[in-house]
Design a binder for this molecule. Structure first.
Ligand SMILES: [Zn+2]
Length: 111
């Protein structure tokens, strides 16, 4: 008999559905990406995976982690525990953070 254990992990080798990452709900039955509804809710470890800190340059990690922590605390304070919303918040933070880094780099090379 197969274990009834419920997997709470994102499959790191499978892409998250782009459509859902952009705030939509995917109704494409042939879509092979991972969807938020298939991922267990409320797993902090999972959110860390999503934050993708491994891809952040080491010298930026502390500020990144602090900012991310703030975002998550903020959502908790506002009673947001829904995984999809939290995941989107994290991705939004990540995007903003990357843009900020790019801006910094751009101004540095401009001068
Ligand atoms: Zn999809």
């Amino acid at each position: 008999m197969q274990g009834l254990k419920y997997s709470t992990k994102i499959d790191p080798y499978k892409e998250l559905c782009r459509f859902e990452l952009n705030g939509g709900i995917c109704n494409d039955t042939s879509c092979k990406s991972q969807h938020f509804r298939n991922i267990a809710v409320g797993d902090d470890e999972l959110l860390v995976d999503l934050a993708d800190i491994e891809n952040v340059p080491e010298y930026h990690r502390d500020t990144y982690r602090d900012g991310l922590y703030e975002v998550i605390q903020d959502m908790r304070k506002n009673g947001i525990r829904d995984f999809t919303t939290v995941a989107r918040g994290i991705l939004k933070f990540r995007r903003m953070w990357e843009e900020k880094q790019n801006d910094k780099d751009a101004t540095m090379t401009d001068v």
